[in-house]
Design a protein around this ligand. Structure first.
Ligand SMILES: [Zn+2]
Length: 342
């Protein structure tokens, strides 16, 4: 399988991540990219550098206002007296209340940044744009006839809404890949198996029926992003019935995950899309630092094998999965399981 990778992510190394009130370095570190790349290389996959696909693919998903903010926020932040090295929000609009888009950069940060897990550093915009190029490139390879391609995206993307960063993500790579595939296919499905709900992806396609969104994840009763990911969220308007959430109980292991996956795959088969995007988080693993679910390394091979048996042109987009000695083996198991069944 072709592995799309760009080393342009390495400058993005967020140092500010507030968890349980304490500031620490982000879990979403450049070392993840290196580790995943080494695992893919060791398995013999061909590594391909992405082309610069320009601003079009990201502009097809994200608002101009948000893209302008992401591109300029770090430089503007440096001009604020006493500002920290990285852009961090500290004030947010209230849901359901009328508001005016703020002129103040601090206000804009609160508007466009949903939490304290998406700080913007000097190289964040650059890394995010190249991560989107990686996803677009993989989608293009699949449109050109590859059975599947793996986009080694960093930063990840599935929490990013059309106009809001959160949860380590800025540009929604899976959504960008799906939209690119829509250029050829009338219907595209996104299957998100990251342990966290793909809230940004759900939000982006909430009112659309041409992109089916399905997410398997730790139940939001115990798992971030808390506010979304419940089974009753099914889309609205034209999109009603085209969003499926399958929340899983804490500690769910391979068999439980595969049972929910069967529901997801039956829904995809009924939808009959022309192509599939898999938001491939590896943080459902039993030894992932997040410790939410209990999928085994071999389990990822079985999961991706079942997905491959859909027989669809497939773009695998890297989402979460954090530093542990199992991260590389988990990716190898996933890619190997897909290829064996494809
Ligand atoms: Zn995750």
């Amino acid at each position: 399988m072709k592995v799309i990778y760009s080393d342009q992510h390495t400058g993005h190394d967020p140092q500010q991540f507030i968890v349980r009130g304490r500031m620490k370095r982000s879990n979403e570190q450049p070392e993840r990219g290196t580790l995943l790349l080494n695992a893919a290389r060791a398995q013999g996959h061909e590594v391909v550098a992405p082309a610069d696909h320009g601003p079009g693919p990201r502009a097809a998903i994200h608002t101009p206002q948000y893209l302008r903010f992401l591109e300029t926020a770090w430089e503007r932040w440096q001009q604020l007296e006493g500002a920290s090295e990285e852009v961090m929000p500290n004030v947010h609009p209230f849901p359901g209340q009328p508001f005016t888009y703020p002129d103040s950069l601090v206000g804009q940060a609160g508007y466009h940044m949903g939490d304290m897990a998406c700080s913007i550093g000097r190289h964040t915009w650059h890394a995010a744009t190249w991560s989107a190029h990686v996803a677009t490139h993989a989608a293009q390879l699949v449109l050109d006839g590859e059975r599947a391609a793996y986009a080694l995206c960093r930063p990840p993307g599935h929490h990013a809404y059309a106009d809001r960063a959160n949860g380590f993500t800025y540009l929604n790579n899976a959504a960008i890949a799906a939209q690119h595939l829509r250029g050829r296919h009338d219907r595209v499905a996104i299957l998100d198996i990251d342990v966290h709900h793909g809230n940004g992806t759900q939000g982006i396609f909430w009112r659309r029926r041409d992109v089916l969104t399905i997410s398997l994840h730790g139940d939001p009763h115990f798992c971030t992003p808390f506010f979304t990911g419940h089974a009753h969220e099914m889309g609205e308007g034209e999109g009603l019935g085209y969003n499926l959430n399958l929340p899983l109980a804490r500690g769910t292991q391979d068999e439980g995950f595969l049972a929910a996956l069967a529901t997801a795959l039956a829904t995809i088969r009924a939808y009959a899309p022309g192509a599939l995007v898999v938001a491939l988080g590896l943080d459902a693993h039993e030894h992932d630092p997040y410790q939410m679910l209990g999928v085994s390394t071999a389990g990822f091979g079985r999961i991706l094998g079942e997905i491959a048996r859909l027989g669809l042109p497939t773009v695998l987009v890297q989402e979460g999965g954090y530093l542990s000695e199992d991260l590389g083996p988990n990716l190898a198991s996933a890619l190997g399981g897909f290829e064996k069944a494809a």
